[in-house]
Design a protein around this ligand. Sequence first.
Ligand code: AMP
Length: 160
Amino acid sequence: MIEKHLQKLLLQRRGKFMIPASLVATVNVNNSLDHAFLVLTKDRYAKIIVVDNENHYRGQLSLAMITDRLLETERINVNKLNELTVADVMQTNTPVIQDPFDVEENLRLMIDQSFLAVVDHQDQFCGIVTRRELLKAVSYTLHEFGKDYEVMPKKQSDNE
Ligand code: AMP
């Protein structure tokens, strides 16, 4: 459990936690890999969100996932870019969250994920929480804590 004063400071940046869906680059689950390849290359994101026609969250896609699928024994078969769709290659087992302000859960999941997709109860895609914004909130908290609080050790350490 995060200490309540630290939690309060972390949440002072809550307005910045989530990048709303309208500002997040996505691809459609039915898009050809050709199109997805272009979006990933142009936007320079390592991984992007996959949605369906009703804006439901469906998964995530990276360039590495695409190139891995194009790989044959001794060459890359680029013809497959037109034959396959995003649905054939995307990853569906990445964790999603419903509450972008649950810092405890965000910190735990972001050890392994550079961003987390936020969905509502109907699986509608709402936005992403990125490791960058969370780290900024942690940095803010570490710098501000001493300005508002005095810390007393419970036990005197031998090295102090
Ligand atoms: P950051 O922590 O800002 O470097 O973002 C981490 C990852 O989140 C990026 O590598 C992208 O995969 C994803 N990401 C961040 N911002 C966006 C965005 N506006 N649209 C799509 N993906 C994004």
